[in-house]
Write a new protein. Sequence first.
Lengths: 280, 293
Amino acid sequence: MKLIGRIGFAGAVLLLAAWSLLPVIWTAITSISKVKDLTALPPNIFPDAPNFGSYGKLFGFDQNSWDVWATMRETSLNSLIGSVGGMIVVIFLALLSGYAFARVRFPGRNWVFFICIATMALPGYAVMIPLYQLMMDMHLLNTYPGIILVFCSAFAPIAVWLMRGFIAGLPYEIEESATIDGAGRWRILFAIVFPLTAPGLVAVAIITFLGCWSMFVTVMVFSPSLKTLNVFISEFVLKTSIDYPMMCAVGVISMIPPILIVTFLNRYLISGLMMGSVKS
Amino acid sequence: MFRQHRARYGDAYLMIAPFVLLIILFVLIPFALSLVYSFKNMVLTNPDDIHWVGFKNYAKLFTDPSIRRTLGNTGFYVVVTVLFEMLLGLAAALLLRRNFRIRFLVLAVMILPWALPPVVGGVTWRWIFHPQYGIANVLFERWGWISEYQLWTVNKWVALLLVCLIVVWRNLPYASLILLSFLQQIPNDLYESASIDGAGKWQQFRRITLPLLAPGITIAISMATMTSMNLFDEPYIMNQFSLDTMTITMKNYTVAFRDLKFGYGMAISILVTVITLLVNYSYIKSMYKEEAS
């Protein structure tokens, strides 16, 4: 019986991995295929000889494509600054607001919270043009602070909602005894709540980073000359044809930062909730 | 009255201030302007003739047949994708809560669809289902599921389901991660004492996991709904602006940004917002109930 359970469990894990991985593998294979292999009939599942030409171009090993390498460098840097910046600001906003919404019964709390969360229901197009005008007046178009603030306005509501949920789920006793000991709200927030919500913050960090990282239309509109990696990718998708190997190669490379972030933060998501810390 | 509040709640107002200011400046003010535009005949190619038209843009929503079709498609996407994202997401989260040796690795692998840029993911899926060179046709024919190569997007329902497949594939990690982070918060002691009391696995799931996971489920369902209400990339990449698979958001885009009929476009945006809020109302209301108790 136990053996059957274990086999079933392993099977389920394998299924999950295959479902997630197979299309990604297909992207990776495409990135090292020649166009000739892609359009062979019947299609080749595996290219006869891997061709790393696309990667060579992207990293400037090919002298004729130094401009591609320059754009690659520049757009990667822009993506990183925008996404890491957005992630840090959102974590900060979510921790502060999430705590206030979860633990302080201030007048107007429910209404302010409801309205801010309801903004998630707005389609991006509902704000795009007026926001463009506003950002032009504030000289935020094509700037890092501009990109970061727009990213934050998109992802802060969900982050605040999640953090409020996490903090509301924490046992109140520790905070209560700290209050009796005379600790103020800010001390309680940073000394007690902050370390206890590690898994929540990690989930928020991952969600925000990945959200910012995959932003596309927003960047095209608000920052057309300070391009991100996704905008660079779309340049391989032309009206009449798609440069599949190049596009897939940039796609594969652009998965690396999210993977690094997730693997690094993973352990806090999993171990953080040795909620045993409550006992001490 | 106010001074008293400031003394007692000043810290709380200070804590929410950055977030609330950001939302006011970057979302609420622009949205208010859009709301104003939706009552004007604002056509950007004709900027000299902008005047109030009352509810004319809104009246047009009811007579425009493409609104009904795109809304119908959007509804189909929402129902199918939210259902599968929640069921599979919960299954994946329950799987990943267990402690096993390669959990780190599986979690990282699960996130991959979400880390792949949407354009690349969409184009890869389209390539997989390409009528001539696609791997789906090759494998399905080899396995005897189909007798000849299929033009997948010709059949409306197949096209709709293909879009759903891509959307679920891409957004599953999102739902799963939210659920997993809430699952992690449930203390183990609860399960230990429940199993001492003789509760079975199913009982534990129903009595402990589900109720404590409820806030996470609410958030995950809401997020999945809002994402699916606003699909653009996946249907566009699969089928461009074909009415068979087009969403209301794509309609919104073509009206406001391609035809530059901005006033009418904003009326569509408002329609989408109202529907999304109504759909989410029940979840949000249940949140409030739970909070009041």
